[in-house]
Design a protein around this ligand. Structure first.
Ligand code: ITT
Length: 190
């Protein structure tokens, strides 16, 4: 059976499609003709992810999952967190990264993590799958691959930022990979 991936983020769709490697047939929002601005008003990843998957169930009567994710920086009390996509007030990632680096200037505690919560709405049931990856924020951007905050995040145990890794490398170890593996295991077990 087919599952809608309720995201407008082409990078998420590409990463998750690569991770699934054909194990599941995904429908994109484009595939189902959804051009709505899906509401995302929660204050937690769980709430936002659930809003996105619920929206597809309510409006399209299709099973669906959604990914809500972001970067939590210890020295910024967990910011940008659920505000990661628009931390500077817009979706401009140059501005978002610049704001993070400015707020972190002179800060020696660089510890941070990426988190993903996947909400699965299937057969009128609700399930959540989480993934996170610990790491550090560097002081200037490195690398051009990936998306979002990848150029300033080095996962623990590595020397490259996510943006210096190949897509395959990032997709082996990322927060999203951890959550997607749990989603796949769950779907296989049913
Ligand atoms: P959808 O809600 O349509 O899925 P979005 O980009 O708005 O797309 P979120 O609300 O979950 O998604 O915001 C997540 C933001 O966190 C995203 O825009 C990036 O800035 C950042 N982010 C999430 N995963 C990331 C990753 O793997 N690498 C770098 N940054 C990431």
């Amino acid at each position: 059976s087919k599952l809608v991936f309720a995201t407008n983020n082409a990078h998420k769709l590409e990463e998750v499609s690569a991770m699934l490697d054909g194990q599941l047939t995904l429908l994109s929002l484009a595939d189902i003709g959804c051009t709505d601005d899906i509401p995302e008003t929660g204050v937690t990843f769980e709430e936002n992810a659930k809003q996105k998957s619920d929206f597809i169930v309510s409006n399209y009567q299709l099973d669906s999952f959604a990914d809500d994710s972001g970067l939590e920086i210890d020295a910024l009390n967990g910011e940008p967190g659920v505000y990661s996509a628009r931390y500077s007030g817009s979706r401009n990632m140059d501005a978002n990264i610049a704001l993070v680096l400015e707020k972190m200037a002179g800060t020696s505690d660089r510890k941070a993590r990426f988190r993903t919560v996947i909400s699965l709405a299937i057969h009128n049931e609700q399930h959540f799958f989480e993934g996170s990856v610990e790491g550090n924020i560097i002081t200037e951007e490195r690398g051009v691959a990936g998306f979002g905050y990848d150029p300033i995040f080095i996962p623990d145990g590595y020397e490259q930022t996510f943006a210096e890794m190949t897509a395959d490398q990032k997709n082996q170890i990322s927060h999203r990979a951890v959550a997607v593996k749990k989603l796949v295991e769950f779907l296989k077990s049913r």
